[in-house]
Design a protein around this ligand. Sequence first.
Ligand code: PBG
Length: 330
Amino acid sequence: MDMPQRPRRNRKSEAIRRFHRETWLGPQHLISPLFIHDKVEDEPIASMPGCSRLGPEGLLREVGASIEVGVNSFVLFPATPESVKTKAGEESYNPEGLVQVTLRALKERWPDVTLVTDVALDPYSSDGHDGIVSPDGRILNDETVEVLCRQALSQAEAGADIIAPSDMMDGRIGAIRSTLDAAGFTDVSLLSYTAKYASAFYGPFRDALDSAPKHGDKKTYQMDPANAREAIRELYLDEQEGADMVMVKPAGPYLDVISLVREQTTLPVAAYQVSGEYAMLKAACQNGWLSEEKVVPESLMAIRRAGADVILTYFARQVATWICEGVVSN
Ligand code: PBG
């Protein structure tokens, strides 16, 4: 064939492919979400094979092993005993609460580690909602924001580097920013869950923490999966209110939203490959239907290509290990 343009020439060897690879993935792009509980032993999470609710020793082992392969950032999610859950989630700002104690322990052992905390009431709420539920079943915005501010402050006092509100209440970024600033925590960052969708992909996470809503769903605060433009509205508000970084969640099924947010902001963009995305990939790989060491890096590369700077993923340590071993090239 007479064909001067042959794109395949630029793909003919790994060396040439690497000349013009547009996206790359390294351990510094990954944040590892970890589940903790107040028991001694680790407890495997059935719907998330390979993940456990970690006791104090298991946590130190996991964090140590992750740091070895270059993953230095972690988000903590507590499984709170039913007995301390209340309607207003007071346990969320207990200075001796599980998250607060764990933050101090990790900072003492690894002062340079980056610790991210989740701000929302669901792990502490007897209703299983991210906010306070009124007697007639509404999620009370402004009352919730007050509690979230106390929660964020107590996490900052315990050593959190980045506070990540995942609750989707209106105005919480501004309120938390001014609470932190008034208390002198001007260096603590805010990573806002800007476009967090009311997604069924959070199912395994809610199993892990036993945090599913007891009544109703989260559609009056989390976003409608049908919407993308609404993400821009949330983004502008978060920017005005003082967010340092913005997040899209879930990640894989929402690559268009990641790309849209990327275009609309100069802030760093994070994406969360959530529990259901993990469970899907893991299940197929365990059945031998997909190859884990190929499909997992591909899923993360796609999220980076769409525009995410940093990715929260339960595969963080595994992928970083493959990168260190040269199994995955970048
Ligand atoms: C809590 C929170 C959720 C996730 C992160 N923070 C669950 C929810 O909103 O119901 C989900 C993460 C995952 O599925 O991996 N506000």
